[in-house]
Design a protein around this ligand. Structure first.
Ligand code: GDP
Ligand code: IMO
Ligand code: MG
Length: 423
C-alpha cells in the first residue's frame, strides 16, 4: 500500500523524465501531480528521443497506466501535439492514459495573459515559459477555472466564452501590445478539446486510492523542481504550483501516510532557466563548458540554461522540505575532464557563514563558500556498474551522501535509459 514520489531538487530539468522511464518497470501506475506544459521531460531509448510536456513519462511501457492528476493544468492544444507525436511513433496510449476530471484547462487567453504580464514586468519578468501556467493557477485559486470534467457538460462552451471575455477585459488592463487572432486560437483550442475527449476522464482521487487498496504500486512524477515551488522556491521567480512532496498529496488526493519512498533527483552541478537568483552561477568558461557538454538548452523553450556548481546548501534544504529517502545524481558524465570541481557548502551572509538557505539569496546578499574536489578524466558514458567508477567520482558522491545524510542510489551517466548505474 504505497505511493513513491520522484521529485526534482533544484530548478528543474534534473532528468526526471529519464528516471521515471527507468523506474516504470517497477510500477503499475505513473501519475503526474502538478505543473503543465511548462515542463519538458526528455526520454532517450532505442536511438529515439522523446520530449513529454503533460503526459507522464511511463507512457512508453506496455502495461503501466498513466494518470494526469487533478493538480496538473492541461493545454489541449499542446496535449494534442503530444498525442500526435505518440501516434507517429505507433505508441498505443488509448487505454493507458487517464485524465483527472478535476485537472484545470489552460485557455488560449491564459497564454495571452501570461505574455502580457511578463511584458509589463520588463526587466523584472519571471522568465515564464509563456504557457499560461500562472494565469491558469490564478483562475483555479480564484475559483474561476475550467476543468476537464466541465467538458462532459452541455454548457462548457458558455463557460469557456464567459471566461475568455473576462480575460480579454483583463488583457486591456495591461498597457502592452499583445498581438493575437482569437478565432484562430479558438479553432486550435476546439480541435485540442476534441482530441482530449477521445481519452478516458476519471475521478482520479478515487481511482488512485482504490489502486492503493488493491496493492498496486504507484509512482508520482513531479515537474519543475523544489526551488521553483510556489511556497519554498526563490519567490517570485518560481512556478505557480507546489513542486515539493506535499504537492503530490493535493495533486493526486493521496494522504501523506500513503507515501513511502521519496526519490530526490539532482544534477551533479546546477542549472536554471529563466530569471531569479542562483548563488553558484558561473559566468566564465567553466559554466560555458558545462552548458556545452551537458547540452543545456530548455526542452520546452530552447532557451540556454544558466550553469553553475552544485549548491549543497540548497540541496540540503530541498532534501529536508521533501523528506527525501533516496538520492539520484544525474549528468555526472558532464563533469568528466574538469581538473577541479567545486561544491558550495555554506554561504557568506551579512558577514557570517551560514549553512541554511536564507530568505534572500540574491548575489548582493549571499556569497557561496566552496569545497574543492579533484576531478576525473574518465569518460563515464559507457559505464554500467559502480565498480568501474573513478575514485574521484566516488569521493564526490561520498561527500554529498555524508552532507545530506541520504544515500545516492542511482548515478546517471548519459541521457539513454541504459546509461544508468544502480548502487
Ligand atoms: P526533466 O525536465 O527533469 O525531465 O529534465 P530535461 O529532460 O528537461 O533535461 C534533462 C536533459 O539531460 C535531457 O536532455 C536528458 O536527455 C539529459 N540527461 C538526463 N540524464 C542525463 C545524464 O546522466 N547525462 C547526460 N549527459 N544527459 C542526461
Ligand atoms: P521541468 O519539469 C525548468 C521555470 C521557467 C521560469 C519559472 C516560471 O522540465 O523540470 P512558468 O512557465 O512555470 O510560469 O515559469 O519556472 N520553469 C522551469 N524551469 N524546468 C521546468 O520544468 C520548468 N517549468 C517552469 O523557466 O523561470
Ligand atoms: Mg525539463
Amino acid at each position: 500500500m504505497a505511493v513513491d514520489l520522484l521529485l526534482g531538487l533544484q530548478w528543474g530539468d534534473e532528468g526526471k523524465g529519464k528516471i521515471v522511464d527507468v523506474l516504470t518497470q517497477n510500477y503499475d501506475i505513473i501519475a503526474r501531480f502538478q505543473g503543465g506544459p511548462n515542463a519538458g521531460h526528455t526520454l532517450v531509448f532505442d536511438g529515439n528521443k522523446y520530449v513529454l510536456h503533460t503526459i507522464p513519462s511511463g507512457i512508453f511501457h506496455k502495461t503501466a497506466l498513466n494518470v494526469v492528476g487533478n493538480g496538473v493544468v492541461i493545454d489541449p492544444v499542446i496535449f494534442k501535439k503530444e498525442l500526435e507525436n505518440l501516434d507517429n511513433h505507433n505508441i498505443d496510449y488509448a487505454k493507458k492514459l487517464l485524465i483527472s476530471r478535476k485537472a484545470h484547462l489552460i485557455l488560449p487567453t491564459h497564454r495571452l495573459l501570461d505574455a502580457a504580464s511578463e511584458t509589463s514586468k520588463g526587466k523584472a519578468k519571471i522568465g515564464s515559459t509563456l504557457k499560461g501556467i500562472g494565469p491558469t493557477y490564478m483562475d483555479k485559486t480564484g475559483r474561476n477555472g475550467m476543468r476537464v470534467g466541465d467538458l462532459e457538460l452541455d454548457n462548457w462552451k458558455e463557460k469557456y466564452q464567459a471566461l475568455t471575455e473576462k480575460h480579454i477585459k483583463m488583457l486591456n488592463f495591461f498597457d502592452v501590445d499583445i498581438q493575437y487572432d482569437l478565432d484562430e486560437l479558438e479553432q486550435e483550442f476546439c480541435e485540442g478539446i476534441e482530441k482530449l475527449k477521445t481519452l478516458q476522464f476519471i475521478d482520479s482521487e478515487a481511482f488512485i486510492n482504490n489502486a492503493i487498496k488493491e496493492g498496486k504500486k504507484i509512482l508520482a512524477e513531479g515537474a519543475q523542481g523544489s526551488l521553483l515551488d510556489i511556497d519554498f522556491g526563490t519567490y517570485p521567480f518560481v512556478t505557480s504550483s507546489n513542486t515539493t512532496a506535499a504537492g503530490a498529496c493535493t495533486g493526486l488526493g493521496v494522504a501523506p501516510n500513503r507515501i513511502k519512498e521519496v526519490f530526490g533527483i539532482f544534477k551533479a552541478y546546477t542549472t536554471r532557466v529563466g530569471s531569479g537568483p542562483f548563488p553558484t552561477e558561473l559566468f566564465d568558461e567553466v559554466g560555458e563548458t558545462m552548458g556545452r557538454i551537458g547540452h543545456e538548452f530548455g526542452a520546452t523553450t530552447g532557451r540556454p540554461r544558466r550553469c553553475g556548481w552544485l549548491d549543497l546548501v540548497a540541496l540540503k534544504y530541498a532534501v529536508e522540505v521533501n523528506g527525501v529517502t533516496q538520492l539520484m545524481m544525474m549528468k555526472g558524465d558532464v563533469l568528466s575532464g574538469f581538473d577541479t570541481l567545486k561544491v558550495c557548502t555554506a554561504y557568506k551572509y551579512k558577514g557570517e557563514e551560514i549553512t541554511h538557505l536564507p530568505y534572500n539569496i540574491e548575489p548582493e546578499n549571499v556569497e557561496p563558500i566552496y569545497s574543492e574536489f579533484k576531478g576525473w578524466e574518465a569518460d563515464l558514458t559507457g559505464m554500467t556498474d559502480k565498480e568501474s567508477m573513478p575514485e574521484n567520482l566516488v569521493n564526490y558522491i561520498d561527500f554529498i551522501e555524508k552532507e545530506t545524510g541520504v544515500p545516492i542510489k542511482i548515478v546517471s551517466v548519459g541521457p539513454d535509459r541504459k546509461q544508468t548505474i544502480v548502487r
